[in-house]
Design a protein around this ligand. Structure first.
Ligand code: ZN
Length: 249
């Protein structure tokens, strides 16, 4: 891991800054404005990545943006376990366009180099979205479907439902174009899938339950393992009733 790099960065930034910043505060690397975020409030940052403990500290990387005139400044910063600024990882600036939404409007394809299944006997389509980290991981993805676009639309629908209901449903069906997706909500993660037939439909729910029940949702899911699991389920759907025998996601 790049822990040495992080450590060097911390040292460098401590030397450079010389300023005393309060909890959650940092300076924009581009315009030097003092900004702040609240680690407890996910609306104050774009994404968050926790690192292994290092030198007795739990470091967390946050991506934070702010608007400055016609520009958007995005800073990637490191806070320690107490929420104090420990360094910049990087920063960049973008021109904003009028009417642009405040959050970046796209989802990264996770592991594009690892092939998803182009077809499956059970599912027309299956993918996982992480709303907080803003990625999409394709499990079954026919070549003619633009999954990142679909992810964006699916999240919009889920957001809509969360605004409408007092407590949001953890499962819903959404229609986009001619697709009818079953969506399961697990915190920031969504499992979206369309079954090929009414027989295979219940498997989506079992697969979702399996994901949700795994002891700890992996920060970065194992795409190879998950596509492999889907292959196994094709042959032996009964394994979903005995997940301990085969899978740990
Ligand atoms: Zn700035």
């Amino acid at each position: 891991m790049a822990s040495q790099k992080v450590h060097d960065e911390i040292k460098r930034s401590e030397r450079e800054s010389g300023t005393s910043l309060s909890r959650g505060e940092f300076q924009c690397q581009i315009c030097r404005e003092t900004l702040s975020l609240d680690p407890e409030d996910e609306r104050t940052y774009l994404s968050k990545t926790e690192h292994d403990r290092l030198f007795g500290m739990q470091l967390v990387t946050y991506r934070v943006e702010h608007l400055m005139g016609e520009e958007r400044h995005v800073n990637t910063i490191i806070l320690d376990h107490e929420g104090y600024f420990r360094g910049h990882r990087d920063s960049y600036t973008e021109k904003t366009q009028k009417k642009e939404r405040p959050r970046p409007n796209h989802y990264w394809r996770m592991f594009p180099g690892i092939p998803a299944l182009s077809e499956s006997r059970l599912f027309k389509l299956a993918f996982i979205i992480d709303r907080r980290e803003r990625w999409v991981l394709e499990l079954v993805a026919p070549e003619n479907v633009k999954v990142p676009k679909l992810a964006l639309m699916a999240v919009d629908r889920v957001d809509e439902a969360e605004r409408v209901y007092e407590s949001a449903p953890n499962q819903m069906t959404i229609k986009i174009a001619d697709l009818e997706l079953e969506v399961y909500l697990m915190d920031s993660r969504l499992l979206c899938a369309e079954a090929k037939s009414s027989e295979s439909a219940p498997l989506i729910e079992k697969f979702a339950k399996l994901m949700a029940s795994s002891k700890q949702i992996a920060p970065i899911p194992n795409k190879k393992l998950m596509t492999y699991a889907l292959k196994v389920i094709e042959e032996h759907p009964e394994f979903l009733d005995h997940p301990d025998l085969v899978f740990h996601f």
